[in-house]
Every structure is written in C-alpha cells, then in structure tokens.
Design a protein around this ligand. Structure first.
Ligand SMILES: C[S@@+](CC[C@H](N)C(=O)[O-])C[C@H]1O[C@@H](n2cnc3c(N)ncnc32)[C@H](O)[C@@H]1O
Length: 214
C-alpha cells in the first residue's frame, strides 16, 4: 500500500478540515500522513507511539511530503496511559488495537468455536505493547475519554478475528461493530477495504463518541 491507498482508506469519512487529532500507535506514520492529507495544514496532529525510532521516521516522512511540521506533535508515549491533549476532534488507530486482547465476554463467546486469537504466541514487540492489563474495551473507553462529544474514531484493522504472532488479537469489522457501542461509541460505519496477502483484507471504519462518558 502507498500513500494514496492509505488516504483512500480514510477519505470516505469526509473529514472536516482543521481541528485536533491524534494517531495512536502512529508507527512510522503511514496513516498520520494520510490524515494530514485529509484534514489539512491547520489541523493539530498528535502522533503517539512508544517506538522513538519509528516516530523519527514519521517526522522525516512528514517533512518530506508536506514541507513543514508546524502542527505535528510527536509524543513518544504509551497510549494506554494518561495523555496530555486538548479534547480531540478525532483519533486514528491503525493496526495498533490488535495488540490488546478482546474483552473477556467476547473471548467466552468465541470459546469452542475455533477462534484461536487468545491462544497465539505473541511476538516480543507485541508482548511489550500488551504488557499492561488493558483490553480492547478499556482502550476504546480510554480513547472515548480523549474525544470531544461526537468526536470521531477511525479504526484500521485486519478483517479477521484469528491472529498470528505478528497480529495477535485482530478485530474484524463485525466484532468491532458489536464492541464499539458497548465502549461508548456509535455503531461503526465501514469506510473501505483493501485486500491483504498477509491476512485476508484491511478495513477502515468510523464511529463517533456517544455521550455516556461525561
Ligand atoms: C503495526 S504498527 C502500526 C503503525 C501504523 N499505525 C501503521 O498502520 O502503519 C503498531 C504500532 O503501535 C505501537 N503501539 C502499540 N501499543 C502501543 C502503546 N500502548 N502505546 C504507544 N504505541 C503503541 C507500536 O509501537 C507500533 O509502532
């Protein structure tokens, strides 16, 4: 996938320009750059990752593509912890939620039906990421608390529920659809899909924060 593919996955969200956004688990910035393309130079973008090397790459790529990085804020932090942002208009989570387990109820529901996502051996990097007790529900609730009322969550994930050592706990669109409302979000809308040779396909989805948090 290239920059155009990344931007296309988010484009049908029809984002308004400007505002305050965060990319949680931004890595080297594939979707930070896509986001910047869609929300424009006036938007404040907080790129959060615990991998400082990836964030250096992100900043280089951002400057190379957009010329300056005045409204880009690089945060080498753990996104499961308290983060110093203003209330956000939106959050992007691209391939970063799949390091966190499904909430117990989902795991129980899948038990005996062949879902192996709770049994895979997790690779070292993912194990570092998933070392806290966070699961997808608590992460989504935390993300909701960072958003303004009706703020946007853009999720990019593999459209499968069975993982492997690199993508230990993927979340299909159907599973996200059932989880999001329980974590304080609207019913998600599927934005786009791209075939993946690695794991079936990648999808993008959008949900809004509902008002149960405050
Ligand atoms: C597979 S990469 C995805 C990078 C980028 N979003 C993309 O789609 O190309 C996942 C990233 O999430 C980061 N990550 C996972 N858990 C994190 C956490 N709790 N806090 C900060 N970064 C985290 C990892 O360091 C890694 O860079």
């Amino acid at each position: 996938m290239d920059h155009a593919d990344h931007a296309n996955l988010l484009k049908t969200a029809g984002l308004a320009p400007a505002g305050a956004w965060a990319d949680l688990g931004a890595g080297s910035g594939a979707f930070t750059l896509a986001l910047r393309e869609l929300v424009g130079a006036e938007a404040a973008i907080y790129a959060v990752d615990q991998d400082r090397g990836a964030l250096r790459e992100l900043e280089r790529a951002y400057r190379a593509r957009f010329g300056d990085a005045q409204n880009l804020h690089i945060l080498p932090e753990d996104f499961t912890r308290a983060l110093q942002f203003p209330p956000l208009d939106g959050v992007v989570m691209a391939n970063s939620l799949h390091y966190y387990k499904n909430p117990k109820r989902d795991a129980d529901e899948r038990g005996g039906r062949g879902g192996n996502s709770m049994r895979v051996r997790v690779n070292a990097r993912a194990a570092r990421s998933a070392s806290s007790s966070s699961d997808k529900m608590s992460i989504l609730e935390h993300v909701g608390s960072l958003l303004k009322p009706h703020g946007i969550l853009l999720l990019v994930e593999y459209n499968v529920d069975s993982g492997n050592p690199w993508v230990p706990y993927p979340i299909s669109f159907e599973t996200f659809r059932s989880l999001a409302p329980r974590a304080g979000f609207s019913e998600p809308r599927l934005l786009g899909t791209v075939p993946s040779r690695f794991l079936r396909e990648i999808y993008s989805a959008m949900a809004h924060r509902e008002d149960i948090h405050h």
